[in-house]
Ligand binder design. Structure first.
Ligand SMILES: Nc1ncnc2c1ncn2[C@@H]1O[C@H](COP(=O)(O)OP(=O)(O)O)[C@@H](O)[C@H]1O
Ligand SMILES: [Mg+2]
Length: 491
């Protein structure tokens, strides 16, 4: 393995220095570079540490990075070398900024620009036969990216974003770590502001770009949901010539996205349950453990099974089929991978817990939430058959980053809660309090300000025969609550 790496390293030190002409090396990494990391907690020996200024200043962790096995660190020019530091790559963009007004206006730190330029080089040196797919959308990016990773792995070497590394550092980091001989790359691209995707997607140059869905999330920085649709449409501006724009047919924003895609001369492929979609579900069997789908994809019939339950997952899978076809992959063969793909952690994973006298079904959606995914998850809870699990329990926490509309968007969920025939509702967080107040007394299970405060209330109420669905934005911290339930009702 080591020998193989030496013959074909991800990056040599010289290649790296060539990619960032505004940097000066102080020392030399003698070992081949196996990757890049911005976090010493997950840094693997052989990687280069990139000191970014984000929530914390990465320069405080340079020495720790070397201790963890970093072969070099990319730092700003003024960084003061510490005992134990190895090869430093000092970045100084001042000359570049002086001659390039565009760069001068950008607020990115010099080390972030270095990471971007390394990512850009990685994309340019990717073998020409490789195919790159970008995924954005208000919900379902990570799940869709993971479906594509699994499907494409049957056809070659796949490089895909880790976790939800989809922002100003996540996208370039993913590119920087991309091997030049990858056959496929799948990149998640996210945004909170207009212009963010437009800045990221030129580094990616995708052959196909998916917009999973457009919803009222991240409203904090937008006037309305059309403005969000426009911001998502920025992804089409980075497509390679003739690339495919993959958009949802059954969406009020379909026409807006189509027009924006056509303006970039993209090949538009629509997906969804709508009969007019290019890739649509012709038949569906929506089950508790997953679904059977017969898709009609540009005239081809494709049957596949999904191990993840939920209609929204079916929709995402249709986008996956469209993307596979767009990069000339046998979608029927590739989609077989979906039969065994479990949901990513906290995004609908099901487990059966043991209580006195029987089972409890836990649906863990604690990683993420917005109004659309809340409704989707409540509908999925409603799909659990009463014969198997008699009581439906929803444990909901605050959805974050919704801006001024937050109160209303939380309260409005009451229709979905009632529609799903929820028997007991537990909520935490100041926004969810509004939903709780709007709920009928008969279903009020308990309210707490924080997730921590809710844990004992929920655990105390659960009994055999319950189906419990737990969902909130990750920042609301319902993850520890589901962990506590798993411990309390250990198998
Ligand atoms: N098309 C969709 N519409 C609504 N909700 C969705 C959709 N796809 C996924 N979700 C839900 O959104 C949440 C986040 O999913 P994830 O794949 O992590 O999205 P993202 O990466 O965009 O944040 C999960 O609860 C998931 O079930
Ligand atoms: Mg994500």
């Amino acid at each position: 393995m080591a020998a193989e790496k030496n013959e074909n390293p991800l990056w040599t030190f010289d290649e790296l220095m060539e990619a960032i002409p505004f940097a000066m090396a102080e020392g030399h990494a003698s070992l081949p570079i196996t990757g890049f990391s911005i976090d010493t907690r997950s840094l693997k020996p052989g990687e280069v540490f990139v000191a970014l200024k984000d929530q914390r200043d990465g320069h405080d962790f340079v020495t720790a990075a070397f201790k963890a096995g970093a072969v070099a660190a990319i730092v700003e020019a003024g960084y003061e070398r510490k005992d134990g530091d190895g090869a430093l790559i000092r970045c100084d963009m001042s000359d570049y900024r002086a001659i390039n007004a565009q760069l001068d206006r950008e607020t990115a730190s010099d080390t972030l620009v270095a990471l971007q330029w390394i990512g850009d080089t990685a994309r340019q040196r990717l073998q020409p036969s490789a195919r790159v797919i970008a995924v954005t959308g208000s919900a379902g990016k990570t799940g869709t990216k993971e479906m594509l990773r699994a499907c494409l792995a049957r056809f070659g070497k796949v490089h895909a974003s880790e976790k939800s590394f989809n922002n100003h550092w996540g996208v370039p980091l993913t590119l920087a770590n991309m091997p030049r001989d990858a056959d496929f790359a799948v990149l998640e691209i996210g945004m909170n502001h207009a212009g963010e995707i437009a800045a990221l997607v030129p580094w990616v140059c995708p052959h196909a770009a998916i917009v999973t869905t457009v919803e009222a999330v991240h409203l904090e920085h937008f006037d309305n949901v059309e403005a969000i649709a426009h911001a998502k449409a920025e992804i089409f501006s980075g497509l390679v010539p003739g690339g495919a724009a993959i958009i949802k047919r059954d969406s009020p924003h379909f026409d807006l996205l189509r027009v924006r895609a056509q303006a970039e001369a993209a090949r538009v492929i629509s997906f969804g349950l709508d009969e007019r979609a290019d890739v649509r579900a012709d038949a569906l069997d929506v089950g508790e453990e997953g679904s059977m789908v017969t898709a009609l994809a540009n005239g081809r019939r494709i049957d596949y099974r999904l191990a993840m339950p939920g209609r929204h997952i079916i929709e995402n899978s249709l986008a996956v089929i469209a993307a596979l076809q767009a990069v000339d992959i046998d979608a029927a063969e590739a989609a077989r991978a979906l039969a065994t793909l479990p949901p990513p952690p906290g995004r609908g994973a099901r487990s059966v817990l043991k209580a006195a006298g029987g089972d409890i079904l836990l649906i863990d959606e604690s990683y993420n939430a917005n109004p659309a995914s809340m409704r989707a998850a409540l509908a999925t809870l409603a799909g659990v058959p009463r014969e198997k699990f008699a009581r439906r329990i929803a444990v909901l926490g605050d959805m974050l980053e919704l801006g001024a509309a937050a109160g209303e968007l939380h309260r409005n969920l009451i229709h979905a809660v009632i529609g799903a025939s929820v028997d007991q509702l537990f909520v935490c967080g100041p926004h969810m309090k509004g939903l709780y107040d709007a709920a009928p007394a008969a279903i009020k299970g308990g309210y707490a300000e924080t997730a921590e405060g809710l844990t004992d209330l929920v655990a105390g109420a659960l009994r055999a025969g319950d189906a419990v669905m737990v969902k909130a934005s990750n920042g609301t911290r319902l993850g520890p609550l589901t962990a506590a339930l798993r411990t309390r009702f250990a198998v």
